[in-house]
Design a protein around this ligand. Structure first.
Ligand code: NAD
Length: 297
């Protein structure tokens, strides 16, 4: 019979990831604090549970896709408080502090089950198309155990090291992404104001050493990459609020490890400022629009 999978957190990412699992033939057990999110998955054939404890006991894999550190911690504390099915493999795909993954792994293994952190990159489109990159933190055996299962939701499943190292990889990648987007935006703005043509200059960057995902795939100047958020009023994509959250995690782990992140910290505050200017729900490439001279002067 079909492998039973529990899925907790059926938001932007979670509902799409869970849908892919249903389409791959898994039997889905779901939980979310939002009744609407549960109803939508029920309509696709998932079984809705009233408690996470019951859900976990009936699942070989449990995936959590939740907003933040506190909610992930609390969800696991509650889910395992009355014991676990020792066959269950718990997978947290939320973006959280590595120390949260390490704490959760401890309490889950004490209860008698297994846990890995497996945050993702690829955004809502990657979730939709099952092309996410999973960054897995756990033992080699645990990685082997989750690999094929995660491949039902993604295309690159990488073992990053021990517990928390998936999150460490995710947070570091996103810090670099955040910085390179600001770098691209201010550079494009300068180039255009110097009189360069946007297309011509962008071709130069992308065939020389300035190239990055922000210049090549999601260039913040409207019109350079048709079909992307910058060409559609900065709608959809990866929200400024989420990159701000990820940079908060970067600041925290940088403090904890005594690592200077000059540009990461600056990027954090630039995006946070954008959030206070009502840009939190726009794609983070809206930094270009935020810094460009509105009057032309
Ligand atoms: P979201 O806010 O759309 O979804 C979160 C879901 O969790 C919601 O359905 C909410 O009702 C539910 N929830 C909240 N508290 C809960 C609780 N206590 N128990 C059960 N359910 C609860 O968020 P999202 O965009 O899907 O992101 C989820 C995680 O994935 C975050 O950690 C985020 O940083 C990360 N992430 C997001 C993206 C993205 O592009 N959206 C990309 C990569 C990683």
């Amino acid at each position: 019979s079909a492998t039973k999978v529990g899925f907790i957190g059926l938001g932007q990412m979670g509902n799409r990831m869970a849908t892919n699992l249903i389409n791959k033939g898994y039997k889905l057990n779901v939980f979310d604090v939002s009744p609407e999110a549960c109803d939508a998955m029920k309509a696709k054939g998932a079984q809705v549970y009233k408690t996470t404890q019951e859900l976990a006991k009936e699942s070989e894999f449990v995936v959590t896709m939740l907003p933040n550190n506190d909610i992930v911690k609390e969800t696991y504390e509650v889910m395992i408080k009355d014991g676990v099915n020792n066959k269950t493999m718990f997978v947290d795909s939320s973006t959280v502090d590595p120390s949260v993954s390490q704490y959760v792994q401890k309490i889950v293994s004490k209860a008698g089950a297994r846990f890995v952190d497996a945050p993702v990159s690829g955004g809502v489109m990657g979730a939709q198309n099952a092309t996410l990159t999973f960054m897995v933190g756990g033992t080699k055996e645990e990685y082997e155990h989750v690999k094929d299962f995660l491949a039902g939701m993604g295309k690159k499943i990488t073992h990053c090291g021990t517990y928390g190292m998936g999150e460490a990889a995710k947070i570091c990648n996103n810090m670099m992404l955040a910085i390179s987007m600001i770098g691209t935006a201010e550079t494009m703005n300068l180039a255009l104001r110097l009189g360069l043509d946007a297309k011509v200059f962008n071709e130069i960057i992308n065939s020389s050493t300035g190239r990055s995902w922000a210049s090549e795939i999601n260039n913040p100047v409207p019109g350079l990459n048709p079909g992307t958020p910058p060409s559609d009023g900065y709608k959809g994509g990866f929200s400024t609020a989420l990159i701000t959250k990820d940079l908060g995690l970067a600041s925290s782990v940088a403090t904890g490890s005594n690592s200077p992140i000059m540009l990461g910290a600056l990027a954090h505050h630039i995006y946070r400022l954008m959030c206070t200017h009502d840009l939190g729900n726009k794609d983070f490439s809206v930094i270009y629009d935020f810094i460009k001279n509105k009057s032309g002067k």
